[in-house]
Design a protein. Structure first.
Length: 207
């Protein structure tokens, strides 16, 4: 016992105020493991069902739309779920590449995520086939375009007035006349991107 009455046994602090005991890093446990406020940073991502993944995507995309980008990124990190539906990525790529058969296959896979179900699927398929038809005409394949018109567009029995207008483009004598009459940008990334934007209006945020 010192004169000032402070005990100095077992490494406790003396009159100088310093603690002589070995100090432990507060961020580590006794065995050296990191302890960040009681959380486990090595916790594995939960396994989500396909339905749960779609719901997470919709929530994340809505958050981004509201400007909560950091919150959306945190959602991605914790869920391990990308905000873009994998088939949507293929759908967009196939449109931009003009692979119309594959585009239609993708569309069927995305049916569950289309706002209006089968009704909007028909509308979207019509827009895709319209682009296909116009590109065939511009490329100088009138017979293939006619086949698309007769055997793909017409049997849909959708927007018959528009089908009639499309049929008049068969009479265009040049690609320039076709683009002018159809008020269309022509085959290429510009018109295909516009198609994607039109299709996106019928879908939940997939692109």
């Amino acid at each position: 016992m010192q004169a000032n009455g402070n005990s100095q046994h077992n490494g406790t602090s003396g009159s100088d105020g310093f603690d002589s005991r070995p100090r432990r890093n507060p961020a580590t446990t006794s065995n050296g493991e990191v302890a960040s406020n009681g959380t486990n940073n090595d916790q594995s991502t939960k396994s989500l069902s396909s339905i749960d993944e779609d719901i997470v995507r919709l929530i994340g995309q809505h958050l981004r739309g509201l400007g909560f980008n950091q919150t959306a990124e945190q959602l991605i990190a914790e869920s391990g779920c990308a905000l873009e539906h994998p088939t949507a990525a293929s759908f967009r790529a196939h449109i931009m590449d003009g692979q119309w058969d594959r585009t239609e296959e993708d569309l069927q896979e995305l049916e569950a995520l289309v706002k209006g179900g089968q009704e909007d699927i028909v509308k979207m398929r019509f827009l895709i086939l319209e682009q296909k038809y116009l590109e065939l005409l511009e490329d100088g394949f009138p017979l293939k375009a006619l086949d698309c018109l007769r055997h793909e567009l017409t049997p849909m029995k959708y927007n018959t007035e528009r089908v009639h207008v499309l049929s008049t483009y068969m009479m265009c004598s040049s690609a320039a006349e076709l683009r002018d009459n159809a008020e269309w940008d022509g085959k290429g990334p510009t018109s295909r991107q516009k198609l994607i934007e039109n299709l996106q209006g019928n879908m939940f945020e997939l692109f």
